[in-house]
Design a protein around this ligand. Structure first.
Ligand code: PMP
Ligand code: GLU
Length: 394
């Protein structure tokens, strides 16, 4: 009997990042000594001052359904944060709190896209963008970039991808998986093109905002003509190491926020109450409280770049934010290593998993089949051991 699942789920890919993490976990359970550099998750604990506020929220009985779009005082803290860090004015009716930035993105796709609407995704893009867009019956339009342009899309590339069906542009800066950061000037270049096409909306995923080693973070919504049609996405998973507490949020035009709230009200209701209370504490704290994590990520970036730089055949850019390196490993394609012929990025990542016991993610999942993604949100000793093993098997 064929399994009677919907076409929708049959067409959906499994998240490659989560799949690789599950595979690593499975091998570990079998007794293998796997170093997991696949999942984009800080290896720090949640800072104590945030944990304390969650404990207090439990004692204060924050146990009932929260408002669908988030507690008003959390939305006020988000509004203050947007002003403080991004110079953006979002009133409370322009903010929606969700179960992670992943849900924020899914809400946006479901409320903005009709069948066949095109969404421009500069590639490499975060793994879930393409499937979230497809789930909403939109059509992803990938714009390939390469290591030569630091994996950033140029204004000319953007313009040539625009068609009468283009509805949105989705991108992240700092970027997962490339670590690239768009400067204000670079965003202004993209905005100059978008001003010619007033019907195109922008999703600016700024979840790695604070993990930026380059310069002050720039938000595209601050650039002339962009505010009304940008949906600024953010969350606490990365900067505050709060991945499991599942809180993300958007700032957007009030009618978009209202639609996201309506949608969310039918599928999940308000996000986790304790996580929301803790997020108030996280966002009200000065950024200096989390600087130690950012400093560590920077040290680890320098370390992994130095170590990977000693492996022949790895071509590297210098990621300026997030916690990933995205080496081009296409020079290995067609080569035979220990009896395995490497044809593509998946073969390469599987080879590293099986022979070096190091979990990474194939670049194809992010729309770039020449690369692999390595997360350096791991301890220095794990990073050193992982690269030693990779070097040995190559
Ligand atoms: N956007 C990007 C670019 C990410 O890397 C992640 C990490 N999973 C998310 C969104 C979703 O984050 P979360 O759902 O944990 O808030
Ligand atoms: N954003 C992380 C990653 O890219 C977490 C995993 C996920 O949500 O897919 O690895």
């Amino acid at each position: 009997m064929s399994i009677p699942l919907s076409d929708r789920i049959n067409k959906l890919s499994t998240s490659a990042t989560l799949a690789m993490a599950a595979k690593a976990r499975e091998l570990r359970n079998e007794g293998k000594d796997i170093i997991g550099l696949s999942l984009g998750e800080p290896d720090f604990n949640i800072p104590d001052f945030i944990k304390e506020s969650a404990k207090k929220a439990i004692d204060d009985n924050y146990s009932s359904y929260s408002p669908v779009d988030g507690y008003a005082d959390l939305k006020q803290a988000i509004s203050n944060k947007f002003k403080r860090d991004n110079n953006l004015d979002y009133a409370l009716n322009q903010i929606v709190v969700s179960t992670g930035a992943k849900q924020s993105l899914a809400n946006i796709a479901m409320v903005m896209l009709n069948k066949g609407d095109e969404v421009i995704l500069p590639a490499p893009y975060w793994v879930s963008y393409s499937d979230i867009v497809k789930l909403a019956e939109g059509t992803p339009v990938e714009v390939p970039t390469s290591i030569e342009t630091d994996f950033k899309m140029t204004p000319a590339q953007l313009e040539s991808a625009i068609t009468p069906k283009t509805k949105m542009l989705w991108f992240s800066s700092p970027c997962n998986p490339s670590g690239s950061v768009y400067s204000e000037e670079e965003l202004a270049g993209l905005a100059a093109i978008l001003r010619k096409y007033p019907n195109i909306f922008v999703v600016s995923d700024e979840i790695y905002e604070h993990i930026n080693f380059r310069s002050k973070h720039a938000s595209i919504a601050t650039i002339e003509g962009m505010y009304d049609r940008t949906i600024t996405v953010n969350g606490v998973s990365k900067a505050f190491a709060m991945t499991g507490w599942r809180i993300g949020y958007i700032g957007a035009a009030d009618w978009i926020a209202k639609a996201c709230t309506k949608f969310q009200g039918q599928i999940t209701s308000g996000a986790n109450a304790i996580g929301q209370r803790a997020t108030i504490t996280a966002l009200e704290a000065p950024v200096s409280k989390i600087q130690y994590m950012i400093d560590k990520f920077r040290e680890r970036r320098d370390l992994i770049l130095e170590l990977l730089g000693t492996i022949d055949g790895f071509q590297l850019n210098v990621p300026e934010g997030a916690f990933y390196v995205f080496p081009d490993i296409s020079s290995f394609f067609g080569r035979e290593l220990n009896g395995t012929t490497i044809q593509n990025s998946s073969d390469f990542a599987m080879y590293l998993l099986e022979h070096a016991n190091v979990a990474t993610v194939p670049g194809a999942a992010f729309g770039n089949p020449n690369c692999i993604r390595i997360s350096y949100a791991a301890s220095e000793s794990e990073i050193k051991e992982a690269v030693t093993r990779i070097k040995a098997v190559l």
